[in-house]
Ligand binder design. Structure first.
Ligand SMILES: Nc1ncnc2c1ncn2[C@@H]1O[C@H](COP(=O)(O)OP(=O)(O)OP(=O)(O)O)[C@@H](O)[C@H]1O
Ligand SMILES: [Mg+2]
Length: 254
């Protein structure tokens, strides 16, 4: 049987970034480290996009930290419309230059054909250097302090060469960290035994999961790695509802 656990990870001094996810900061010593990149990894429907948007929305709305959302998966109208189901009005923040949402999907529908966007893509790939430049100019535009890339997996899929992918990722993370933005890199997990390169390159890894328990689906979160931060080593249940994500802290009696 598990012991009674007190969650006390609050006694540290570095600049902290409040995530805006209820219950998350208190299991990571009060917040993430400012200017670092953290991977949020999980299977489809585990809440990666929700967590990313909640991080940006809270940042811009409650902590005066503008943000950039780079989408490689869904179109921006869809993202904004889905966000409304959580009560998050991104249009308002976009109009106030507190949020910038960029559509960097590999394929775009133009008239009757579907093809790569020439302004972003060179041939088959969007070069990491090109993407980094785009992100840095976007950060400048809204004086962003937070960034979400949704998803880093789709970006990596364009490169067949492992060495170049890892180098490109390293450069991207280095560029983001050097300009002081705190970023969430959303990463699609298919198979937990195969560790993707962004887990090594980034400062932290947070895993989201949904597992079957009899007739229901249970959602959970695990802080797998956070360089320089004391964090919970438990797997915490999460709730995902109309308010977004919430981390629960079960206090289990002996
Ligand atoms: N308003 C809402 N109320 C309750 N649950 C919701 C609401 N909106 C979304 N969900 C839940 O969140 C899930 C989607 O979460 P999200 O899009 O963040 O997952 P994801 O990990 O980004 O998935 P993918 O890998 O497909 O992009 C839905 O499948 C649904 O279960
Ligand atoms: Mg998603």
């Amino acid at each position: 049987m598990q012991k009674f656990v007190y969650l006390n990870y609050m006694s540290t001094t570095y600049a902290k970034v409040k995530t805006g996810i209820p219950g998350l900061d208190s299991i990571v010593s009060g917040g993430l480290k400012q200017g670092r990149s953290v991977v949020v990894s999980g299977p489809p429907g585990s809440g990666k996009t929700t967590m990313g948007l909640q991080f940006l929305y809270a940042g811009a709305k409650d902590f005066d930290e503008p943000g950039v959302y780079l989408s490689l998966a869904q179109n921006i109208d869809e993202i904004k419309s889905d966000s409304k189901s959580h009560g998050w009005d991104f249009d308002d923040l976009i109009s106030k230059d507190k949020i910038l949402m960029i559509d960097a999907r590999p394929f775009k529908l133009t008239n009757d054909s579907i093809g790569k966007d020439d302004s972003l893509y060179r041939g088959e790939q969007i070069p990491f250097e090109h993407l980094t430049k785009l992100l840095l100019s976007s950060i400048k535009r809204v004086e962003a302090k937070r960034i979400v890339i949704d998803s880093i997996t789709i970006l990596e899929m364009q490169y067949s060469d492992e060495f170049n992918t890892r180098q490109g990722l390293q450069g991207l993370v280095q560029a983001l960290e050097s300009c002081g933005v705190s970023s969430l890199l959303l990463s699609e997990t298919v198979n937990e035994t195969q560790i993707p390169p962004e887990w090594f390159v980034s400062s932290g890894v947070i895993q989201l999961r949904h597992t079957r328990n009899q007739e229901t689906m249970e959602r959970s979160i695990q802080v797998t790695k956070l360089r320089g931060i004391r964090h919970s080593e438990q797997i915490h249940p999460i709730e995902l509802d109309e308010n977004g994500l919430k981390v629960m802290h079960p206090r289990l009696m002996p």
